[in-house]
Design a protein around this ligand. Sequence first.
Ligand code: ADP
Length: 191
Amino acid sequence: MLNIVLFGPPGAGKGTQSQKLITHYNLVHLSTGDLLRAQIAQGTELGLTAKKLMDEGLLVPDSVVIGMIDSALSTNPTASGFIFDGFPRTVAQAQSLDDLLARHEATIGCMIALEVVEEELVARLLERGKTSNRPDDQNEEKIRRRVHVYNTETAQVASYYAAQNKFHSLNGIGEIDEIFEQITQLIDKAC
Ligand code: ADP
């Protein structure tokens, strides 16, 4: 099994690169943001609660996203591996992910972080907000709050994987295909 955590701030390009990686390596894409937006679209109670937090640029509770990942792992028993996108976002989530994978006799191969400076992130997300219909992409203050939440609550997840010698990072600014090429070289060498 090839299990990869794609890491980086909102707007770093995780979703874009995930799409290319799942085709290249035949993996299942697990984006907690996408799973939460699906709950919102279905109008579930979980979705209603999550929407308020997401629209404000805040994290939803660990128990919610961990539960979603738990069921996604169980509904894909034959997967040859997973790309985790937007998860784990806290150290507690990272610990739970290790526990969940252990139950399936699997581990994370590596974390790959895309580095992008804040001004570029804000510009990208405002641009995406013009067509994405995502309320959290349409207001600069909310975008900056998401970047702030990343810096204060999520960035430390990198240390969790660094302590296991699984952390790798690369520049997320440049041509999409060139960045993809660098990611695959890193995966083939180090994951
Ligand atoms: P982005 O990376 O552009 O912020 P995502 O789709 O990954 O977009 O996430 C959108 C929102 O969904 C986050 O701001 C947060 O409110 C919520 N969310 C997604 N994943 C998680 C997670 N693992 N833990 C807590 N909240 C999450």
